[in-house]
Design a protein around this ligand. Structure first.
Ligand code: ZN
Length: 83
């Protein structure tokens, strides 16, 4: 879910094309151009592409760069259990 954070940067660089495939929204970017943008952003902030959902197991638990993210995830689980 955090990957969409790159879209404004793609738009700014005018590499994001939007359309529809059937009823689904579709996005197209040139991979080489997108990579250059993503590399520059992630070099500054390796966590940039993570989503903001505390309860997201993927973003909170499975990337080694996120040393404090498991704590954030555990707190969200405890809140859910506590009601
Ligand atoms: Zn996530």
């Amino acid at each position: 879910m955090g990957f969409a954070k790159f879209y404004p940067y793609y738009e700014e660089a005018r590499i994001l094309k939007k359309g529809k495939i059937g009823n689904a929204e579709a996005f197209l970017v040139d991979a080489s151009s997108a990579y250059k943008i993503e590399h520059a952003i992630l070099k500054q902030n390796p966590k940039f592409a993570l989503c903001d959902r505390d309860e997201c197991e993927s973003c909170r638990l499975f990337v080694t760069l996120k040393l404090l993210e498991p704590v954030r995830y555990a707190k969200s689980r405890l809140k859910r259990v506590a009601g």
